[in-house]
Design a protein. Structure first.
Length: 355
């Protein structure tokens, strides 16, 4: 019993969900001594969903291995290629694959938007007592993940919330400093930049703001306004990639943290969202538009500095007709915006609610 308690303590010791699945795999490996243990999560959109390895520990591994979050979706196993995983999720019960080393598949989630499974490969089939032990640990793990979601996600849209942004910003920018330092080289690399591995591409920060959102609330009420925000968040998930970080900062303002080969590709990503929104009919409201601004992350950037550059591009877009996507770098190069090298590192000082 003490060993189980120790593993549960280890599972709930981290507040970083990026290491949560690896901690779960390590805990079950130490507790049950299987041949291998792995956690797989479903990524992609409805038209192309695939399995991402979040953690896997084999018999010779000291630590868990995982697919990089920046993995190309096309290289991952299709969802339908593992029917036992789908069966475990559909039935919400363990599924056993017979063989010399049986594999037991456990559902790790019961949310259709967040499909995940745990697989244990063992020398012999798990006993009913061992299965119950795994199920109990997974229940505690899911509850802990739900608490993290409650504190880290916007309650209306399910997107990441403002307070998680700074940590994520520093994590991705510090990991990407080599390519940030080479930003000028990328800008002049022409079509060659498109061949860069995703992990070597620069980061971009974009701000998306709904045009005339106050009028939506005034004319249709806040319940309809909330429905617009919810539907917009779903469209964002469909347009952006599974590894792009999507945030709701408050009111009608959304933020995206992403990797792209260059400014042109980043602009196209935001343009796809703008076009999709223009073609989407919101119940009772009709069509809406957004103004978006984006900037490339720079060496030494702080969250507020990058946010303020993107936000100035949004202000320019709103002041010049709305319903458009603007690059901060392009606006500075054309003389429409002046460069401000000493922008304050205070997102809270930036107005978050517009009309």
């Amino acid at each position: 019993m003490s060993k189980v308690v120790d593993q549960l303590a280890a599972l709930t010791a981290f507040r970083d969900r990026d290491v949560g699945d690896a901690t779960l795999a390590s805990a079950l490996r130490d507790l049950l001594q299987p041949c291998a243990v792995a956690v797989y999560r479903c990524v992609g959109d409805e038209s192309d969903r695939r399995w991402l390895t979040r953690a896997r520990i084999g018999p010779q591994d000291l630590v868990a291995h995982a697919d990089p979050l920046w993995t190309d979706l096309a290289t991952l196993a299709p969802l339908a290629g593992h029917p036992a995983r789908l069966k475990a999720l559909r039935q919400q019960t363990a599924v056993v694959l017979a063989g010399a080393q049986p594999t037991t598949v456990f559902p790790l989630s019961d949310d259709r938007d967040d499909l995940a499974v745990l697989e244990l490969q063992t020398d012999a089939p798990l006993t009913p007592a061992a299965q119950r032990q795994v199920v109990g640990i997974l229940r505690i793990y899911r509850n802990f993940q739900a608490l993290l979601d409650y504190s880290e996600r916007d309650t209306l849209t399910g997107l990441l919330n403002r307070k998680t942004f700074d940590d994520a910003f520093y994590k991705v920018s510090s990991a990407g400093m080599p390519e940030l330092a080479a930003a000028s080289d990328l800008a002049s690399a022409g079509d060659e930049r498109r061949n860069l591995p995703l992990a070597d591409q620069p980061h971009f920060l974009g701000v998306i703001d709904i045009d005339h959102f106050k009028a939506v609330n005034d004319n249709h009420g806040h319940l309809i306004g909330d429905e617009v925000l919810l539907l917009l968040s779903r469209l964002m998930r469909a347009v952006f990639r599974f590894h792009d970080r999507l945030y709701r900062f408050g009111g009608e303002e959304f933020v995206v943290l992403m990797r792209c080969p260059g400014d042109e590709e980043a602009g196209l990503a935001f343009e796809r969202l703008r076009s999709r929104l223009r073609a989407f009919v919101f119940p009772q409201v009709g069509t809406i538009s957004v103004s978006a601004g984006f900037t490339r992350l720079r060496p030494g950037d702080a969250p507020g500095m990058a946010f303020a550059r993107a936000d100035r591009a949004v202000y320019w877009a709103k002041a010049h007709g709305r319903d458009q996507v603007c690059s901060h770098a392009t606006l500075v190069a054309s003389g429409d915006l002046a460069e401000e090298p000493n922008l304050a590192d205070e997102v809270g000082d930036v107005e978050l609610f517009r009309t």
